[in-house]
Design a protein around this ligand. Structure first.
Ligand code: SP5
Ligand code: ZN
Length: 343
């Protein structure tokens, strides 16, 4: 399997996130991707190629122009006000507030974000544009006739909506890739999200559409981040009704419970008969993940990959999302990809 990777992911390197009432070094760190690429080299998974440079047009098919412009200028405007610290919001337009974008950077960070866990740093803009190019290059390679590609995206993307960032996500790499597939002629694209967290951004981007089916397996929002989306009764709206399917699972879920939901999700995708599949590949479902509470073991990721390939036969783009157990992240990601390759 070809992998797409750029070392420019390292340019996004936050100093702080707010978690459990403490400012800590972000769990979403550059070492994650280094470990994944090390493992890919170790097992000789296949060729590793650099991303192509794309314009922002494919990003603008999914994200609002003012949001793109905000992200492009946010750090320099923050730095003028506050110096070299990470840009982090502290206030959100919750119920009873107006949804009107303020003029100054602090208020704008609040307007465009949903959490205090997603620092914007000096190199964030470069890293997020490269991350989306890594996904788009994967689409390009699939269009060239490959059956599967791994896009080593970092930062991740599935929490980012049209004009909202958060959950370590800025541009929604998987959604931009899925949209690029549609724009490239695919009539139906399925997006399977196996990250531990619900992909609220991906869901909202495609919620009213029947051409992109979103299927997500994740921690129950009654217990788990991002708390306010991801329930099973969110099934799409308008012409998109029936094309969004959520499988929330409780803390402590192990392979036995997980695989039941995976089988049901894969059956839905099979019946949809997609021209292409995008997998939002998070391995934060792993038992030793430091911020998550499922209990999948490393060998279970092999089984996820093989279940996918046994049921879905269209071209498949794997887009990296979360996974924070750094010591095992390479093994877990490559296990999923290997399970797919070996059937
Ligand atoms: C892409 C992705 O996986 N984003 C996840 C963002 C999670 N943000 C923080 C979640 C905090 C949940 N509580 C953790 C408790 C750890 N003791
Ligand atoms: Zn996650």
């Amino acid at each position: 399997m070809i992998s797409v990777f750029s070392k420019d992911h390292r340019l996004h390197f936050g100093q702080h996130e707010l978690i459990d009432g403490r400012f800590v070094t972000p769990f979403e760190c550059p070492e994650r991707m280094e470990r994944i690429m090390q493992r890919i080299a170790e097992v000789k998974l296949g060729e590793v190629v650099e991303p192509l440079e794309f314009s922002l047009d494919p990003v603008a098919r999914v994200h609002a122009l003012e949001f793109i412009e905000f992200l492009r200028t946010a750090y320099s405007r923050w730095r003028q006000r506050h110096g070299d610290s990470d840009a982090l919001p502290i206030c959100w337009p919750s119920r009873t507030f107006r949804q009107k974008p303020p003029a100054e950077i602090d208020g704008e960070l609040s307007y465009y974000s949903f959490d205090a866990g997603t620092p914007i740093t000096a190199g964030t803009w470069r890293a997020i544009t490269v991350s989306v190019n890594v996904a788009l290059t994967g689409v390009d390679i699939l269009q060239g006739g490959q059956k599967s590609v791994f896009s080593a995206c970092r930062p991740p993307g599935h929490h980012a909506a049209s004009d909202i960032y958060g959950g370590y996500s800025f541009f929604n790499n998987a959604a931009v890739a899925a949209q690029a597939m549609v724009d490239g002629g695919a009539e139906r694209v399925a997006l399977l999200d196996v990250d531990y967290h619900h992909g609220n951004g991906s869901q909202s981007i495609f919620y009213d559409r029947a051409d992109v089916l979103y299927v997500s397996l994740h921690g129950d929002p009654q217990q788990e981040f991002p708390y306010f989306l991801g329930y099973a009764d969110e099934t799409g709206t308008g012409t998109g009704e029936g094309y969004n399917r959520n499988f929330p699972m409780p803390w402590g879920t192990q392979w036995e419970g997980y695989q039941e939901c995976l089988d049901r999700g894969l059956t839905l995708i099979q019946n949809f008969s997609p021209d292409a599949l995008v997998v939002s590949l998070g391995v934060d479902t792993y038992e030793k993940d430091p911020i998550s509470k499922f209990r999948l073991r490393s060998e279970d990721f092999l089984k996820i990959g093989s279940k996918i390939v046994q049921k879905i036969h269209c071209p498949c783009l794997f887009v990296m999302e979360g996974g924070y157990a750094v010591d095992e992240i390479g093994i877990n990601v490559v296990n999923l990809l290997t399970g797919f390759l070996n059937g």
